[in-house]
Design a protein around this ligand. Structure first.
Ligand code: UT7
Length: 322
């Protein structure tokens, strides 16, 4: 194992063309733009077109990330797709992405940690590269969450959207003091029935729909988020004041605000995109990263904390010197 760190060299993102506003939703279920914005901060979400699958979204985001790094698929030897909405039960969506990107070499697999999937995937790629198993990885969070929704259940269907974000990860150059500084991953399966899909290959042999005890998720979210954020800060000797950017999972503006207040973070250091694409599960952190890199907020050398929490429950955070 090398002492060199793993950097995020570039990011990229893709959102499907179709936008569904809160007003559009109010024609389907008994809800209002005012309720959704007040309780969640969400204004709109993107919905994948018929025939547009998770692998299409993932491949589009990956192409952008490679373009932003100035590399081609020949430079990649690992693809990890974090997703809860695979194209098929098997093979892994990462394998389909590999084909779509024209890659015969290397390795490809999926990670299923629901909304925390991207943080889990960053940790996995970090270990993989440091252990010499590859040179460069495409780490993707991609979801067609709209396909798991019960469009008659107003308590869940207003919350989610489709999208994908990707990062190119590689070892830092010798002596380069940037990259992933520390990661904390957690799960507690005793909470699985608070946020789950009521279908599956082995149990019901159906796809199922998202079911959630929203208040229960909310109750646990802020504590779990702050727990892993403090863990990686402690592990690296950093403090909250050192952070330049906090890039949280984009589930709900109230959870993001709650975590920000508990951590004592000024709102201007918190990247918020949930208003534009709702909760895109594993895609939400890389979508937010892409926004803040593209608009010039996150710059080389900045200290960036990513975090996520979701079904399982799973949760995790990673501190990155950009
Ligand atoms: O990655 C993690 C993913 N999950 C989450 O982040 C979800 C976390 N939880 C939440 O964000 C919130 O719990 C929700 C946004 C889901 C709900 O907000 P809440 O403040 O906890 O509302 P509630 O469940 O207590 O419902 C309040 C009222 C209820 O009506 P009554 O019983 O007071 O008459 C609901 O039936 O709001 C009603 N309601 C709605 N009204 C209009 C629930 N959904 C809607 C809706 N439109 N879409």
């Amino acid at each position: 194992m090398t002492d060199r760190k793993t950097i995020i060299r570039s990011v990229g993102a893709y959102l499907p063309a179709q936008v569904m506003t809160n007003d559009d939703l109010s024609k389907i279920v008994d809800t209002t733009d005012e309720w959704i914005q007040q309780r969640t901060g969400i204004k709109q979400r993107h919905i994948a077109a018929e025939g547009e699958n998770t692998s299409d979204l993932a491949a589009a985001a990956a192409r952008k990330a490679m373009e932003n790094a100035g590399i081609t698929i020949a430079d990649i030897d690992l693809i990890i797709v974090a997703t809860t909405t695979p194209d098929m039960t098997f093979p892994a969506t990462a394998a389909v992405v590999q084909q779509k990107l024209g890659m015969h070499h290397g390795a490809a697999f999926d990670i299923q940690a629901v909304c925390s999937g991207f943080v889990y995937a960053v940790a996995t790629a970090d270990s993989y590269l440091k252990n010499g198993l590859g040179k460069r990885a495409l780490v993707i969070g991609a979801e067609t969450a709209s396909r798991l929704l019960d469009w008659t259940d107003r308590t869940t269907c207003v919350l989610f959207g489709d999208g994908a974000g990707a990062a190119v990860m590689e070892l830092a150059k010798p002596g380069e003091e940037r990259g992933v500084l520390a990661t904390a991953l957690r799960s507690d399966g005793f909470h699985w029935n608070k946020l789950y899909v009521d279908g599956g290959v082995s149990s019901t042999r159906t796809i199922g729909h998202v079911r959630m005890e929203g208040k229960e998720v909310f109750k646990h979210a802020v504590g779990m988020i702050t727990d892993v954020v403090y863990k990686v800060l402690d592990d690296t000797g950093h403090t909250i004041e050192d952070l330049d950017w906090f890039v949280p999972h984009q589930a709900n503006k109230r959870i993001i605000d709650g975590a920000g207040v508990k951590l004592g973070l000024p709102p201007e250091k918190v990247v918020v995109t949930v208003d534009k694409h709702a909760n895109t599960s594993a895609a939400s952190v890389p979508l937010a990263l892409n926004t803040a890199v593209a608009d010039g907020r996150i710059k080389r050398g900045d200290l960036v904390m990513i975090e996520a929490m979701g079904g399982g429950f799973t949760w995790g955070a990673s501190l990155i010197r950009w």
